[in-house]
Design a protein around this ligand. Sequence first.
Ligand SMILES: [Zn+2]
Length: 138
Amino acid sequence: MAINIMQTQRSPEGIVITLARSPFRRKFKLSVGDRAHLHEYGMAQVLAHAHALVGQRLTPAEPENEGRQTPFRGDPVFVAQHGTATCCRRCLQKWHHIPAGRSLTAEEENYIVNVIECWLQAQSRPRRNAYELPAATA
Ligand SMILES: [Zn+2]
């Protein structure tokens, strides 16, 4: 069989919406500092950095410190990785059906960065709730 039927990757938007329903994943939010960082550097530069981080920490068949290679804070990309289950190869396998134990392809790296971008975009939008909260009554 020459046809590759392992094309199980979901769309970045689809997976971000799915993950937003996970009680664990939805806890991750950009901090005020993360938002300032994103604003200061801009999305293009942050995503270029994301690409570099993915290449260093996720692409190898056996990444160093697998399972603990992504800090929980310090960079908006790290937070996005936890929010999107692109933090380690185990999570990539479980949620994104990208097999662990082999190097990531360039296509998979791009997909991961797209997922991170999608999450960052969603987090950067003004909070709808801020406008929907009822006015405080005295
Ligand atoms: Zn993980």
